[in-house]
Design a protein around this ligand. Sequence first.
Ligand SMILES: Cc1ncc(COP(=O)(O)O)c(C=O)c1O
Length: 445
Amino acid sequence: MTALTRSINIRTEIPGPRSRAIVARREAAVPNGLYKAHQIAVDHASGALVTDVDGNTFIDFIGGIGVLNAGHCPPEVVAAIQAQAARLLHFSALVGTYESYVELCERLNVAVPISGPCKTILSNSGAEGVENAIKFARAATGRQAIIAFEGGYHGRTLMTLSLTSKTSFKKTFGPFAPEIYRAPFPAAYRMGLSEAEAVVRCWEAFERMLVAGVGAEAIAAVIIEPVQGEGGFIPVPAEFMRRLRAFCTSNGSLLIADEVQCGFGRTGTLFASEQLGVEPDILVSAKSIAAGLPLAATTGRAELLDRAHVGGIGGTYGGNPLACVAAIEVLKWMQQPGVLERANQVGSVIRERAFGWQREMPRLGDVRGLGAMIALELVRDPASREPTPDDVLAVVKYCAEHGVLTMRAGLYANCLRLLMPLTISDDQLQEGLDVLEDALRAVIG
Ligand SMILES: Cc1ncc(COP(=O)(O)O)c(C=O)c1O
């Protein structure tokens, strides 16, 4: 398929000389532990296009790891930030009140799929948002234990890394926070089961955990990503979510939806939980909430959130005025007719092409996700489903050299995740997918 208008413009080898020089300085100045998927140094970006310091223009299929659903530098957001920057950069919600903080919380309180009165507290990162959710759950229930899932990712602070499953993120950093129990996640493809079978198997394990791991009476909360992000874009089967909801309700535990990656329009609804038909008690959003400014929101049932003691929650910067005005603009844009539908359109285009590739290239083991949150899982062969993480790295490299930025994911790092801005044009989407198709043919074809 040939795109009508070409956006990619690669003028140097990748990385180009200027990028290489800046990356060399980074390596001298920044600890090695900070991973970088790409060797380029970026200069500027707009919509779904990124231009590096060597003048190469790429189509962005990773969107700052799911932060740029509204695209790079959306003009309304930039204008709001510029106007705000001239009036007030910082005050701190611990010192007093500014209206943008309150307005954003009011908007989120009615936007989340939680019935009844809600409240929201703002912080700076997804990890902080999750930390707050855990604090609220413990304060509200008077219990300590938290159930998290295999393949789950919740951040890199001590509590959130403790909740996170993937051992390669955790090695050498323990000991981890206590009272966290991990249950199997119904990852049907990896388990080699149908979704229904995976739910039954994982529910048996959940019930066994209540006998062999942690007593139900100790459980403050169950935290789950409605679509696992870092774990490889695996939607929670609705039936599993319903069982978790029923367990939490009858057990007096809270259900926390971590929508840091899958929220804010990525999946075709404002929040992925809406599609599962299950209401969480607390919902954490971040990433695409503020088009790139650091912001997270922990929103939940007012009577629960109000049980944390005065002075117990907060931080110097949380809900910075620039981030708040940016988020208000993002939310207004996302609630316009047709915007969320765009995620489904983007997702359908990707699926249609990816299912075609899968028919020709059996090593493209699985194509899955929700809305425009889609991952491709690469394996040695369809029967063994042995993960091939090196193939994903080769695809990422090929794509970058040919003008498309992508990134890996998955418990076994063998998934390619697609998180392009929802503002991507049809031509840009097709052009980027053309490159991805060539990359797959070169690596697993
Ligand atoms: C589901 C989920 N929760 C929490 C986090 C942590 O967010 P942050 O990196 O902003 O701390 C992430 C980040 O990728 C995430 O995907």
